[in-house]
Structure formats: C-alpha cells, structure tokens
Design a protein around this ligand. Structure first.
Ligand code: FAD
Length: 432
C-alpha cells in the first residue's frame, strides 16, 4: 500500500486521546503564594502533588500545555521495573549494595503502582499480562537465557524462556529467535490512568492550571519567585517535573537530560481473529534491539499499537507513520494491508548513566530521566520526590545523591543522537 492510502484519515494524535479527551480544567487565577509549585502535569508532577496536597501543603501544578499533554498520555502503557543498567554494571559503578538497592527499588516501583491503582480504584485497564521480550538474533537468545538462569540473589523475578520453535504460542511472527516472558510486567491505558490520577490530585485540594508555562525561577530568601504566562507567584518549594520537555527554565537540568523522540502508531481495527494469531496471550512485547520496538494490542484487542524510533533525527508523525508501518510489516507480514489510524510521538528523557535521577539542586526539587520507560518509575519517583518535599523519611530512595552527570559542551541539544542511532541500527541489523 502506498503511504497516502496507508495514512488516509490518520490522526496525528494518540489513540488514547480519542477515549480520554484532554481535560478541561477551571480557568482559575493563580494564587500569589503557595507552599508547593509543581512544574509539569504528567505522572511525575501529579504524583508529587498528590503527596504534598494530601500532606496538607497548598499545592499548585502548572503545565505549559494541557495537563498530561507530554509523554504521560502518549506512551504505550507498558509497565515494567524500568532500571536499564544490569546488576554487574551498577555494581561496578556504585558497589554491590547500591546496585542491589537500585534494582530492588525498580522492582518496588512495579509492585507499588499496581497497589496504588487498586487502592485508589482507578479504572485504567490495568492488568498483569506479562511481557514477551523477543531475541532479535541467536546470540541475544543465549544472552537472555543466561540472564534468566543467573539472576542476582534476592533480585529474582518470575521469568521463563520460550524457544523459537514455541514462539507462535506468544507471537504471530517468525522474525525472532525466541525470547523470555517476564511474568510480572503489566499493561494499562495511559490516559485513563492519567485522568484518574488528575481527579485524585484535584480532590486532594491541589489546583492544576494548564497552558501556563513557567519562564523564570529566582530565589528570594527562603522562597522562589516563579514567573509564568499567567502571572508571578511565590512558592516555598518547587518541583521540576518536565522530563523530556526540560528546557532553558532550568539550564542545570537541561544539561543533564537527553530528549529523544519516541514514535507510535495505532492500526485500524484488525479483521476478526487476527489479534488472536498475532498476540494470542495479550502480552506486552518488546525486543532486544538497541533501537527497540515495543508493541501490544489495544485494551479492546481491536488494534495493534506499535512503537519505536524510526528516524535518526526528530520527525513529523506523518513521516514516521509509514516507516513504523514498514518495520511492523517485517515482523507481521499479514499487517501489510492494514491502515494506520493514528500516528504520534513524544519526547522521552535519557541520561548519561541510563538511570533516572531525583533530588535537589539549588533548592529546587526534581525527578526525571526515565530513559524511555517511566509509566511505573515516573509515578513512583514522583511520589517519592513529593515525600522528600514534605521531609518524610520514607521519601529516601536508593538513587538519592547519585551524581547527575552531564558532558562537556552539552547544553541540551543532542547533536550526537543521529550518529549514535545510525550506529546502533547498524549493530542491530548486523549478522551474528
Ligand atoms: C511514544 C511513547 C511511548 C512510550 N511508551 C512507554 C511505555 O510503554 N512504558 C513506559 O514505562 N514508558 C513509556 N514512555 C515514557 C513515559 O511515558 C514517560 O517516561 C513518562 O510519562 C514521563 O512522565 P513525566 O511526568 O515525567 O513527563 P511528561 O509526561 O512528559 O510531562 C512533562 C510535562 O512538563 C511540561 N513542561 C515542560 N516545560 C514546562 C514549563 N516551562 N512550564 C510548565 N510546564 C512545562 C510539559 O508540557 C509536559 O506536559 C513512552 C513515551 C513516549 C513518548
């Protein structure tokens, strides 16, 4: 099918926004002073705000766009433990105990979000469906098998290998070399989750003001004076929760996160019976490529949601849509004649050590850098940074105090991304 036919009637917005339109919030004036100002109304910001509002602090959340406009309503809704470096990497860098604690905290974030959604009664199609993590070559299959067989003591997760000969029980594709099922990984509807969270933040008494970009922060004695598009206010504490959209408002943070575009498409509804062949167990799926593909079925099992990084440079979702479709068809040839109904993208934040970071700099609190994941960890570390604002002991995490690295001459424009992606793509495709 040619790109024009493929993209006929395609919306350049997330499928999720069809089900949960961007929230309309009261057009209230900003208060002159507030205990806590949170900048960014995604998962990080709202979870921080939920803690401070329930902790009795007057709390204002502002967003440059609509609440949840960033990644928090654009993502694939795949929930995992989301710590990228391995135990050996972390132990080399930070010692065995710190490595253990960091990985443990990632595992806790997954258990915690499941618990949070259940306790709060948020209706967001949350389920422990398990992840099929597919090996893109034989060497990767062996590496996955070794990883599952030799899990660090005390950090074991429920996982089982699926050989290539059995792969069709997990996935309607022969493009992989088998894989591993991580049984505890979950899926959800990201915008329904965001909406439920937003409602709880409002119910806790916080004000959430959209279309209100912050443009300057100045220290004034014990407080911060923050200039926004809707006026200036004083805040005792400020939480910066801007992740991939971190900009010149906070240059120190901007130098430490690497914004990277992540792209997704949704297909039109599939013919009857096709989903049961393609993703029979309703798992979330990813693969071992460095330039990873991630996909799943929509909660109603009508459509495939397929994500990845398809261009070296940032591009328009109308351009990325056909490229993602072509990649998807390499894995699932029977999707060749299925059109794309939605194509969208968002900016995630990588860091130089592939870990998220939270803490304080010059008195400003922050949590960010979830390295392409973050449904679970942005929620969890947003909650923890809110507790840190309240001065609570339970807000302490294994990541506290880790150096938040930058690189000489890096100011927030990742010029090195295009050659890096090209290199990783070559490495992913090279025969082994
Ligand atoms: C296409 C895509 C697929 C993804 N899939 C997954 C997945 O399946 N699983 C997973 O775990 N993670 C996934 N992610 C990543 C995950 O969604 C993010 O890590 C997470 O949502 C980050 O939440 P956040 O609240 O920190 O940031 P965001 O939700 O991005 O929110 C940051 C907000 O800050 C606001 N902001 C920025 N500057 C200012 C300013 N000066 N003033 C006011 N507001 C400002 C922005 O408008 C934005 O709304 C995906 C991301 C994308 C883009």
């Amino acid at each position: 099918m040619n790109p024009t036919d493929l993209m006929q009637d395609c919306k350049p917005t997330p499928l999720w926004w069809d089900h949960v339109p961007r929230p309309v919030l009261p057009d209230a004036r900003l208060p002159a002073t507030v205990d806590v100002l949170v900048i960014g109304a995604g998962y990080t910001g709202l979870h921080a705000a939920l803690q401070t509002a329930r902790g009795g602090r007057s709390t204002l959340v502002i967003d440059a766009e609509d609440a949840g406009w960033g990644c928090s309503t654009r993502n694939g809704g795949q929930v995992s433990t989301s710590i990228k470096p391995t135990y050996d990497d972390l132990a080399r860098r930070h010692g065995a105990q710190r490595a253990f604690d960091i990985l443990r905290e990632g595992q806790q974030s997954l258990a915690w979000i499941a618990d949070f959604i259940a306790k709060e009664g948020i209706d967001c199609d949350f389920g422990q469906v398990g992840r099929f993590h597919a090996a893109h070559n034989a060497a990767q299959y062996e590496a996955l098998a070794a990883k599952v067989a030799h899990q660090p003591k005390g950090l074991e997760v429920r996982a089982h290998m699926v050989a290539r000969s059995e792969q069709r029980s997990e996935l309607g594709s022969d493009a992989y070399w088998g894989g591993v099922v991580y049984e505890q990984h979950c899926s959800m509807h990201p915008a329904r989750y965001h909406q439920g969270l937003l409602e709880r933040v409002l119910a806790a008494g916080a004000q959430v003001t959209p279309r209100c970009p912050a443009s300057a922060i100045d220290k004034q004695g014990q407080q911060f004076q923050v200039r926004t598009a809707r006026g200036t206010l004083l805040a005792r504490n400020v939480v910066v929760a801007t992740n991939g959209y971190t900009g010149k408002l906070t240059p120190w943070l901007q130098r430490r996160v690497i914004p990277i575009g992540s792209y997704m498409i949704a297909t039109e509804p599939l013919p009857d019976g096709m989903m049961d062949r393609l993703i029979p167990k309703n798992r979330i799926v990813s693969d071992t490529r460095k330039v990873v593909y991630y996909y799943r079925s929509s909660p109603d099992r009508q459509r495939i949601l397929f994500g990845g990084r398809v261009s070296h440079r940032e591009t328009d979702p109308r351009v990325s849509g056909p490229k993602l479709h072509a990649d998807m068809v390499k894995l699932f040839p029977e999707l060749a004649s299925v059109r794309i109904s939605h194509s969208w993208c968002g900016l995630v934040a990588y860091t130089f050590d592939e870990l998220m970071h939270l803490g304080q700099h010059d008195g400003l609190h922050y949590a960010m850098g979830y390295c392409g994941a973050g449904v679970g960890t942005a929620s969890y570390f947003g909650m923890r940074i809110g507790q840190q604002v309240l001065g609570l002991q339970e807000g302490c995490t294994a990541l506290d105090g880790l150096a938040f690295q930058t690189r000489p001459l890096y100011t927030g424009n990742p010029w090195f991304l295009a050659p890096s992606v090209a290199y990783y793509r070559w490495r992913d495709n090279r025969p082994v």
